[in-house]
Design a protein around this ligand. Structure first.
Ligand code: FE
Length: 193
């Protein structure tokens, strides 16, 4: 009887070990599956975020590239001369020099938003002048050594068209004076003001 009892107990212990092992195995498999799903979900979320960021970036920085012949079909001769051949309109003649309406100034070649009316200040230089751009990267700068002077040329960050020049003698706290040809700009008037 004593021997049988030990045999039964031993059998029970073995069965319990097997059941415990089975439970642990199932639990491990379930945990591994959940963990993998969570990782996959995280990766998918990160990829979605990256795609959104890339899309935003690509929209912001999408370059407009055209041949001279294509630009000539889109621009007036005066616009082509200033925007694509770095010309300068005569001072005090531009249509936006004295413009005081509220709105947004955009590149006349590609529509890239460059300045708002809040950034415009009264300037005696003869060209529309602004103390900052709407956002970094909207405008790019180059060193301009023409006419025996060293100046900072400003071009549209999207299509590379010539806008004017940037000086550091502005009257506001930025100290900047973006001196821009009216010919290089179009104006979208804010009808809510
Ligand atoms: Fe442009």
């Amino acid at each position: 009887m004593c021997k049988d009892w030990r045999f039964i107990t031993s059998n029970n212990k073995n069965s319990m070990r097997k059941v415990s092992f089975l439970i642990l195995t199932i639990a491990s498999l379930v945990f591994a599956s959940c963990h993998e799903r969570a990782q996959h979900s995280e990766l998918k979320t990160e990829n979605t975020k990256t795609n959104i960021m890339n899309n935003n970036n690509s929209n912001d920085s999408a370059q407009v590239v055209k041949t001279d012949e294509e630009w000539k079909k889109l621009l007036t001769p005066e616009q082509f001369k200033v925007l694509r051949e770095k010309g300068t309109e005569a001072p005090f003649t531009g249509k936006y020099y004295l413009n005081k309406d509220n709105g947004v100034y955009v590149c006349a070649a590609c529509g890239n938003e460059l300045f708002t009316s809040d950034m415009k200040f009264n300037s005696s230089c003869g060209w529309p002048s602004f103390d900052k751009e709407i956002a970094g990267g909207k405008i790019k700068t180059h060193i301009d050594s023409s006419f025996g002077m060293v100046r900072t040329e400003i071009v549209c960050g999207k299509c590379g068209s010539h806008l004017g020049h940037l000086f550091d003698d502005g009257p506001t706290e930025t100290g900047a004076r973006y001196c821009v040809n009216s010919v290089s700009l179009d104006f979208k008037k804010d009808s809510t003001h």
